[in-house]
Design a binder for this molecule. Sequence first.
Ligand SMILES: *[C@@H]1O[C@H](CO)[C@@H](O)[C@H](O)[C@H]1NC(C)=O
Ligand SMILES: *[C@@H]1O[C@H](CO)[C@@H](O)[C@H](O)[C@H]1NC(C)=O
Ligand SMILES: *[C@@H]1O[C@H](CO)[C@@H](O)[C@H](O)[C@H]1NC(C)=O
Ligand SMILES: *[C@@H]1O[C@H](CO)[C@@H](O)[C@H](O)[C@H]1NC(C)=O
Ligand SMILES: *[C@@H]1O[C@H](CO)[C@@H](O)[C@H](O)[C@H]1NC(C)=O
Ligand SMILES: *[C@@H]1O[C@H](CO)[C@@H](O)[C@H](O)[C@H]1NC(C)=O
Length: 435
Amino acid sequence: MEIRKCRTGILLFMVVYFFIAVFNTIPPKTSRVIPKPKQQTLPFLTSQESITPLFNTKHFMVSAFMDQRRKAHDIRIIGIFKRNSIRPLHCFFYCGQFFNKTTSASVLQHLAHFKYPYGPADVLCRMPENCSATHVTLLTQPSPVNVSDHIWLPIRNKKNPYEEKLNFTVCISTLYGDYNNVLQFAQTLEVYKLLGVNRVVIYNTSCGPELDRLLKSYSEEGFVEIVQWPIKKYLNPSSGWKVRVHKGDLQYFGQVVTLNECVYRSMERSRYVVLSDIDEIPMPYQHNNLNSLMASLHRKHRKVAVFILESHVFPKIYFDPSERFRLPQWSNVSGINILEHIYREDPDRKKFLHFKMIVQPKRVEQTSVHDVLRKFGGSLRVPWKLCRFIHIHVPRRTSLKLEELKVDKRLWDFQEKLIPNVDKALQRAGLLTES
Ligand SMILES: *[C@@H]1O[C@H](CO)[C@@H](O)[C@H](O)[C@H]1NC(C)=O
Ligand SMILES: *[C@@H]1O[C@H](CO)[C@@H](O)[C@H](O)[C@H]1NC(C)=O
Ligand SMILES: *[C@@H]1O[C@H](CO)[C@@H](O)[C@H](O)[C@H]1NC(C)=O
Ligand SMILES: *[C@@H]1O[C@H](CO)[C@@H](O)[C@H](O)[C@H]1NC(C)=O
Ligand SMILES: *[C@@H]1O[C@H](CO)[C@@H](O)[C@H](O)[C@H]1NC(C)=O
Ligand SMILES: *[C@@H]1O[C@H](CO)[C@@H](O)[C@H](O)[C@H]1NC(C)=O
C-alpha cells in the first residue's frame, strides 16, 4: 500500500511536471513563431555587467567582438587596463566545449589615455582552427588552473543576416552625477529622429530621477539603448580629461572606452556612427537630414572613414528675445529649451577647433574623442557651411559680446514636428500633465 501511494505520487508529479514543461515552451499567442536556438546551460559564469574584473590582474574586460579585418587576429576584447602592469595574457575559448589549447594574446594600448593610470586597451587573439567560439576569457598563464575562477564574455558581432540595418547610431558617452536636463534631452533625441538617426546608445553611470524616467521610456520604445556603466564600483573615475586638475584613475568616466565600445557594438548593424555628447546635434545646413547629406558626401569621397565636423557653441546664457518658443507646457519640465538659444559663436580658427565626428564604424579601429587614431581609410574635414554640430553650452569665447554672435535659427526649421513630438515623449514618460 505504502509503495503504491508513493508510485502514484511520483506519477502525479511526472504528469504535472510534463504539463509545466509543455506549457512553458508554448509561446504566447501574440509572439511571432521564430525557431529559437535551444537554451543550453553553459559550464561557466558569463559576465552580467559591462565591466568585468580580469582574474589575477588589475585590469577589466568590457566586451569581446569578432574582428577579422586584419590577418593577425579574429577577436578583439575591449578593456580598461592598468597601464603600468601589463603582462602576457592568453585567450581561452569555448566552442561548444572548452578548447583544450589557449592562444597568446597581444595587448594594444590606446594612445588616448590622457596620462591617467588606467586607459583603454584592446586585447587581440587568434581563434584556434576548427573552433567556432561563442565565448572567450583571458588567462594570465597558458592553461587554466580552475575554470570556475574565470568570467567569460560572449563574442559579439558575429554576422547576423536577420538583424535590421541601421543608417545612423549616435553614441553618447557616460552620463553621470544627477544630470537631470530632461527638456534638452527629449528635444535633442527628437531632433535626432527627424534627422534620420535610428538608435542612440547611452552609457549610464547615474542620472537624475526625471531623466531616468525619460530614458526608460525611450529605451522601452527601442530608440535608446542603455548600457549600464557602473565604473565607480571599480575605479575612481575623473570628471575631466586634465590629469593634473581632474584627479582620478581614468579619464572622464571612461569616455574613450565607451566610445570605442559603441563603435564596435554598432559595426555590423549601423552604416554610420555619430560620436557626440547629448548637448550636441550634428546639423546639416544644406540638406534636410543626415541621410541625404552623407549620401552626397559618400558619392564624392568613397574611401573616407571619418568625417570631421566643427562644433559651434550656442551659449546657453543668451536667449531668443521674442520668447516664441518659451512654451507654457514646458514650464515645469527641468532643463534647457534648445529652441531658445539662437546665438552662435564663430570659432576662433587660429586656436584649437572643437571637432566632432561621423564615422563609418567598419573603417574604424581605435577612436578618441575628437579624432580617430587608427582607421582603414581617410578622413575629411566637412565644410562648416554644409554641416556642423550645434553645441548648446556655456560660452567658449567669453570675450565675445552678444552683438558679435551670429543669429542662427536652423533648429526652428524643425519646430512644426519637433514640438508635438517632444510633448508626446514627455507625456509617455509621465513628465507632462496632459492638457
Ligand atoms: C587537443 O584536441 C585535439 C583534437 O581533439 C588533439 O589532437 C590534441 O592532442 C589535444 N591537445 C591537447 C594538448 O590535449
Ligand atoms: C580541422 O578540421 C579538419 C577537417 O575536420 C582537419 O582536417 C584538420 O586537421 C583540423 N585541424 C586541426 C588543427 O585540428
Ligand atoms: C575552483 O574554484 C571553486 C570556486 O572558487 C572552488 O570551490 C574549488 O574548490 C576550486 N577548485 C580547485 C581545484 O581549486
Ligand atoms: C536608411 O536609409 C535608406 C535610404 O534613405 C532608407 O530607405 C531606409 O529606410 C533607412 N533605414 C532605416 C532603418 O531608417
Ligand atoms: C542609471 O544608473 C543608475 C545607477 O545605477 C540607476 O539608478 C538608473 O536607474 C539608471 N537609469 C537608466 C535609465 O538605466
Ligand atoms: C506647474 O506646476 C505648478 C505647481 O505645481 C502648477 O500650479 C502649474 O499648473 C504647473 N503648470 C503646468 C503647465 O503644468
